[in-house]
Design a protein around this ligand. Structure first.
Ligand SMILES: Cc1cc2nc3c(=O)[nH]c(=O)nc-3n(C[C@H](O)[C@H](O)[C@H](O)COP(=O)(O)O)c2cc1C
Length: 380
């Protein structure tokens, strides 16, 4: 909730500068100022409250970065700023920054603070609920299908491979595989992995929220905003190249046949996954599918949680199909976006996944590069 603070409103409160006395004041640190449209919002991850202010009040707080003398400034405004925690006694020692915010910085801390104790509309007032429902009715609902990337499509087989590996074996056997054999991957396995990770398995009628996809992975509000852009390198019967996976038609729409392993290696900071992987996937979130239903910053966190579920289904299904998978969030978006032909800011890259026939250690099937501890360490 953002509160309004205007010089007039504060002056009407009339009280003197009791909180701060007549001492020197300084601004809370860190101080975050968002200037957006005609609004200026003050916040600090140290504080629960956010204040919507005009330029004059924002100027007072900014001035407080170097310490200000309250004499001559509007006492009621200073009092409100002190009471909300934006101005404090300059003699007061600020609490030291603690981990993890000391390392992760103000941006991450502010985001976390903004998410904390989010008010969900279903628990709010009837007016808030009505306003929300009106909004859903008037803002056009984004499609749960992405427009075709091409007018051609390579339809994939709809036979299903055997998946009779005991669940415990999948749980215990899933590992991150970063080294693969450069051998062709059977089309049916490739097709199954895309189907179970990215395609709907059922549909649900959600009234004014539309017809929802139900996939193997859970997804906040079943918004299922994740789309798959597939880089085929060595899959039987599929021409290498970059495709968009159409999850309703279960097929690959060609985008670019000239992409190489080197392209995906470069995009993922040369970690080596794609040197021999049979195929790779860049997952892309169609953010509007989320923001339409959830017009609050917490939806961004949910979106990242959603793709974690997708990636876990990918890894576990790969394992059950006798394949290996790895993933990374270390992606050069500005290189990848034009290659995929996606439209930021509505379409956001979220993950890179690799899959292939893993190189394993013969004795236990563990990934090639894993070393098991041999001695008891002094410190664990
Ligand atoms: C969100 C996320 C990001 C990851 N990023 C990388 C990465 O950039 N490079 C990498 O080699 N492994 C990455 N991994 C894989 C982890 O390093 C791996 O899961 C971990 O070492 C444990 O191994 P295990 O998956 O075999 O249990 C990532 C995993 C997750 C969940």
């Amino acid at each position: 909730m953002t509160e309004q603070l205007t010089a007039v409103g504060a002056a009407r409160s009339g009280a003197g500068l009791q909180a701060a006395g007549s001492c020197q004041l300084r601004a809370v640190d860190p101080l975050v100022i968002e200037a957006c449209g005609d609004k200026i919002i003050l916040s600090s991850p140290r504080l629960a409250r956010r204040l919507s202010v005009g330029p004059a009040i924002a100027g007072i707080v900014l001035q407080g970065r170097d310490g200000i003398d309250p004499a001559g400034l509007p006492a009621a405004v200073l009092e409100r700023l002190c009471e909300a925690g934006f101005l404090i006694d300059a003699r007061q020692q600020p609490d030291p920054l603690e981990s993890p915010w000391r390392e992760w910085g103000t941006t991450a801390w502010s985001f976390y603070r903004r998410m904390r104790d989010t008010h969900f509309v279903s628990k709010g007032t009837p007016e808030a609920m009505r306003e929300y429902v009106d909004r859903i009715a008037t803002v056009p609902r984004p499609s749960s299908l992405r427009a075709c990337a091409s007018d051609r499509i390579l339809l994939l087989p709809r036979v299903r491979c055997g998946l009779d590996v005991p669940f415990r074996t999948v749980l215990e056997g899933r590992r991150t595989h970063r080294h693969f054999k450069d051998e062709p991957l059977a089309l049916d396995r490739f097709s199954d992995l895309l189907h179970y990770t990215f395609a709907p398995l059922r549909f649900a009628d959600a009234g004014e929220l539309g017809t929802l996809q139900l996939r193997a992975a859970a997804s906040g509000g079943a918004r299922h905003e994740t789309e798959a852009f597939v880089f085929v390198f060595n899959v039987t019967s599929v021409q290498p190249g970059l495709y968009h996976y159409d999850n309703i038609r279960h097929g690959l729409e060609p985008i670019n046949e000239n992409v190489s392993r080197a392209d995906l290696e470069d995009i993922t900071h040369r970690q080596g996954f794609f040197q021999n992987a049979s195929f790779g996937v860049l997952t892309v979130a169609m953010a509007e599918r989320m923001s339409w239903k959830y017009p609050h910053p917490i939806a961004y966190r949910m979106m990242l949680q959603n793709v974690g579920h997708v990636a876990q289904v990918f890894s576990m299904t790969a394992m059950a199909l006798g394949l290996g998978a790895s993933l990374t969030g270390a992606v050069k978006e500005s290189v990848a976006e034009p290659l995929l032909g996606i439209n930021p800011p509505g379409e956001l890259i979220t993950f890179a996944l690799a899959c292939g026939k893993p190189v394993v250690q013969p004795e236990d099937g563990l990934p090639y590069a894993i070393r098991l501890p041999r001695t008891a360490p002094d410190y664990y």
